[in-house]
Design a protein around this ligand. Sequence first.
Ligand SMILES: C[S@@+](CC[C@H](N)C(=O)[O-])C[C@H]1O[C@@H](n2cnc3c(N)ncnc32)[C@H](O)[C@@H]1O
Length: 235
Amino acid sequence: MVDIEVYSHQEDYMKFQNLRPDYIKAITVSLDLAKKYVADKEEVILADFCCGTGSNSKEFASLLNGLRKVILVDINGGFLEIAKKSGIKSKDLILQESDILEASFLKECNIVLSIFAYHHVPDEKKQLYINKIKECLKDKGILVLTEIYFNNKNNCMEYYKKLFESIPSDKTIPGLKKFLQQTAESSDFEFKVSKDYADKQFEDNGFTLLHEEKIWSNDDNSDEKEGTFVQIYRL
Ligand SMILES: C[S@@+](CC[C@H](N)C(=O)[O-])C[C@H]1O[C@@H](n2cnc3c(N)ncnc32)[C@H](O)[C@@H]1O
């Protein structure tokens, strides 16, 4: 069991995430940009890395009126059970319950969703994570990299505190504060890096940045390179 309890109570996961202004906006922006940058809408083959409940694939498939193939990978079988029953519009649906670093792929995908996923891989294995993206993404394929970046742990703690305070008190639900606190403090499931670190790693691996948006927070006090970002890369 990891040090963030909600990952053992999968049915609560989306309830918590859907109260977060950073998460809600990040998903909307990610999927709108994914739609914009994918060329051949009829033959889309998508891999969703660390897919959770598969809700992002489900929404993206609906936006495109169905996909050719969706490959969902998550280490947590409880999430994949939810995904399997969720009605993702795809001719072919592949579910892999696996550590993402051990998943098998063919080089067939037009698009990879890496949405709040890269930071779950310890830093010394992040290169292997990128190798997996390159293993499944076709040349000129699109990577949607949606991530949270911090320069240090203290700024990470501040972010989650501010995030909780930004949610109206009549909207909060039991367990939300604990979930955000555990996420901020996690040392065995969260390995967030600075934006410079990630930018360099993807650039060194041959990815070209096509578009970037800062999602949260956007107040004057926040460092311009810290917080939640959506980045669109082409391989
Ligand atoms: C923050 S959630 C994001 C889920 C989904 N992408 C979303 O946007 O809601 C992180 C997910 O990564 C999965 N995960 C963490 N480490 C993993 C690993 N090494 N291999 C595969 N999945 C992993 C967790 O089980 C969880 O579903």
